[in-house]
Ligand binder design. Structure first.
Ligand code: ADP
Ligand code: MG
Length: 508
């Protein structure tokens, strides 16, 4: 019997791309079969986006070639990619906010029809039919900026399908989605693949790779480290390929031994920046020696909660007790002195002073105390010693502790903040999105630090939009929905789906 194989839908071979001296892609090869869901996995900075930007004609490769159905193609612009039936859903959507769904879908690189004018009504009907067919329903006449993020993403996908993409590239599509939306997207992708569309799916979430991919190519530091069928491995195996060493995915953690209540919030009311209620009669207790996780879709009051506790947002009514002491009228400095550490969500705004050195940032909340100051005079040697020690302990990658903090990468900025916040005595640690945008190796490290804090008797309040992070770290979980905790229970009493439902509807 002949074993002649069908040509691959897309093949990249020997792709090299440098930015200055940085090698973003080093001899990268990728083979994507027809109707295959091919995951591209790798840590931040591994070179995934660079590769797909080359495949979509946004960047020009320094070397290497791309073949579509066995034919070598020149990919000099997205126009070439679209002509070759490649579609891409970008990490940051490329939609025109003030235009309608249909306009966004048909406009752009689409060649204008002979008569010039496009028939929008006809197009709207087509868009609506496409949506129904693939589970991507969206009102074709809606204005894009009025749509929630999940629906804007549908528009991006529909735009590629409208142009009859045979290969659909999605760059971290689930990063902006809720667990429910993610599950739905994975279903949609399965449906597309079943119709013969080839899919390149970038993610750093191992669970998603295992759930959906027929094949996974793992990149590390610009190189492909392997390409395998995910069925032949597991989360640990993938993580090891990704990071280059074995990684502890399940945080090693013993039973919590909670003690006295450290933080007690009662009937708290807080308004957001637009004067709308953000927290509504919100109540919560966090005990010494436990990690209390707040699960929720972003924008349900989490940010305002953290700001209220840390004194960055004023309280309308209700109380915030630290060790029984009322803090709702205290300043941020007073609260920090009371023994609260804070790993903030917005590192640029609240976490670091960008122009200041890494060393100064590492002692930012202690520089006025001994040994970093003596009779009001800065003790440079003590500051530098402490900074060098923390840089080593937390594996902060910086050429020098004297470099400005703003020159660090996102993961390293987060390590500086964590190092600072976890290295002074505190009774309450507030960790808001503590691992957002950082690599798996650093996530493992920060998670372990949070557990260590707990074990040394700190009350930890964890706020995270990553459900997996909440589930693996928390001893108790509260689900926040529209400014209220709609459920509180020990972690083992929740299922993942149950939390997902609570997050999106307030009910299970
Ligand atoms: N336009 C660019 N200019 C300079 N450096 C870039 C550019 N795009 C990416 N890089 C660098 O190339 C490397 C790979 O980045 P990227 O492909 O975005 O990785 P990933 O998508 O896997 O996170 C990173 O070190 C990044 O800083
Ligand atoms: Mg990327």
């Amino acid at each position: 019997m002949s074993t002649q194989q069908a040509p691959l839908a897309l093949e990249a071979e020997g792709i090299c791309k440098k930015f200055g001296t940085l090698v973003a892609n080093d001899e990268v090869s990728l083979k994507v079969g027809k109707g295959q869901i091919h995951a591209l996995l790798g840590e931040n900075g591994a070179g995934k986006s660079t590769l797909v930007n080359i495949l979509f004609g946004l960047y020009k490769a320094d070397q290497g070639e791309v073949r579509i159905s066995g034919e070598k193609v020149e990919m000099n612009s997205p126009h070439d990619a679209i002509n070759n039936k490649i579609g891409m859903v970008h990490q940051h959507f490329q939609l025109v906010p003030v235009l309608s769904v249909t306009e966004n879908i048909v406009l752009g690189d689409e060649p204008t029809s002979k008569g010039g004018a496009l028939d929008f009504e006809k197009a709207a009907v087509e868009v609506s039919e496409l949506g129904k067919r693939y589970g991507l329903e969206v009102d074709p006449r809606a204005i894009v900026e009025d749509l929630p993020i999940g629906y804007q993403q549908r528009v991006e996908i529909l735009r590629s399908l409208y142009r009859q993409a045979d290969v659909l590239i999605l760059d971290e599509p689930t990063a902006v989605l809720t667990p429910q939306e993610t599950d739905h997207l994975l279903d949609v992708l399965r449906g597309l693949a079943a119709e013969g569309v080839s899919i390149i799916f970038i993610t750093h979430k191992l669970r998603e790779v295992l759930a959906i991919a027929d094949q996974v190519t793992v990149m590390r530091q610009g190189k492909v480290v392997g390409s395998i069928d995910p069925k032949e491995t597991d989360e640990e195996g993938l993580a090891e390929m990704m990071v280059g060493r074995s990684v502890v995915l399940r945080v090693a953690k013993s039973e919590a031994t909670p003690g006295d209540t450290i933080l007690s919030i009662k009937d708290l009311n807080v308004i957001d920046d637009r004067s709308q209620p953000a927290l509504r009669n919100f109540s919560l207790d966090v005990q010494k020696g436990e990690i209390f996780g707040i699960a929720g879709v972003e924008g349900n009051g989490q940010r305002e909660l953290v700001e209220a506790i840390t004194g960055l947002r004023s309280v309308v009514s209700g109380s915030i007790l630290m060790n029984g002491k009322e803090m709702s009228d205290s300043t941020a400095r007073e609260i920090s002195e009371e023994g609260i550490s804070h790993i903030p969500e917005n590192r640029e705004k609240h976490g670091l002073v960008g122009p200041h050195s890494v060393a100064d940032n590492l002692v930012l909340n202690r520089y006025f105390h001994s040994p970093f100051a003596s009779r009001g005079i800065r003790q440079t040697t003590a500051i530098n010693d402490e900074a060098s020690h923390l840089v080593e302990k937390f594996d902060v990658r910086t050429a020098s502790i004297h470099n400005p903090a703003r020159t660090l990468s996102g993961g390293n900025k987060q390590k500086v903040i964590a190092a600072r916040e976890l290295s002074h005595d505190s009774e309450l640690l507030l960790a808001a999105q503590p691992t957002r945008g950082i690599d798996v190796g650093s996530i493992e490290f920060i998670h372990q630090q949070l557990v260590n804090q707990r074990d040394s008797g700190v009350a930890v309040l964890l706020v995270s939009a990553e459900l997996d992070e909440i589930l693996s770290l928390s001893d108790r979980i509260g689900v926040i929905y529209q400014g209220q905790l709609v459920a509180i229970a020990p972690t083992e009493e929740f299922t993942r789906t149950q939390i997902g439902r609570l997050m999106t509807s307030g009910n299970d």
